[in-house]
Design a protein around this ligand. Structure first.
Ligand code: DUR
Ligand code: ZN
Length: 169
């Protein structure tokens, strides 16, 4: 079915969802849905599109890419985020993430993607999940991955050396 804006998408520009304007939500949805068409998923036939909104206004897209050796395939969220990272975007660069699938209710990012996204998205970052009709649900990164092992969870190398020395002593 063609994508149509849901009621939430038609709110005036000033209104916001998790700090996003309705225009940003609209663009994130359009791009995640468009990215579904780029999926390579001959095995599952489960198309997933992802879009990332960077703080500079750029949108980065991704789609799932499967493999004949099934576990080798990669999810849409990780192709999008990897593409963004090699363009120079980093932790703090992302205003929001969106994913789109052909199912209802909306599908949410798998566990591996939650961890992967958390490396570059702070806990308040909204993650929009679009269903087959273009309606969306939104949860934050922190809600999807509470008490995460994030990039700040690793002590510095110096600190680790010190801790290891103490332990051996
Ligand atoms: O968060 C998810 C979950 C699944 N998939 C892909 C992986 C595989 O190609 C297909 C079926 O699991 O959907 C994603 O892209 N993102
Ligand atoms: Zn995934």
């Amino acid at each position: 079915m063609a994508w149509a804006p849901s009621k939430e998408l038609m709110t005036p520009d000033e209104e916001s969802v998790h700090g996003l304007t309705s225009t940003e939500v609209h663009i994130l949805g359009e791009k995640a849905i468009a990215a579904k068409a780029l999926a390579y998923c001959p095995y599952s036939l489960f198309r997933v599109g992802a879009s990332l909104l960077a703080t500079d206004g750029t949108i980065i897209m991704g789609a799932n890419v499967e493999n004949g050796s099934y576990p080798v395939g990669i999810c849409a969220e990780r192709t999008a985020m990897s593409t963004a990272v090699i363009q120079g975007y980093k932790l703090g660069s992302f205003k929001a993430v969106a994913v789109a699938t052909d199912v209802t209710p909306a599908s949410s990012p798998c566990g591996m993607c939650r961890q992967f996204l958390r490396e570059f998205c702070e806990p308040p970052t909204p993650i929009l999940m679009f269903d087959r009709d273009g309606k969306y649900e939104v949860m934050t990164m922190g809600e999807l991955l509470p008490n995460a092992f994030g990039p700040d969870s690793l002590p510095s190398r110096d600190k680790m050396e010190e801790l290891n020395k103490e332990k051996k002593a």
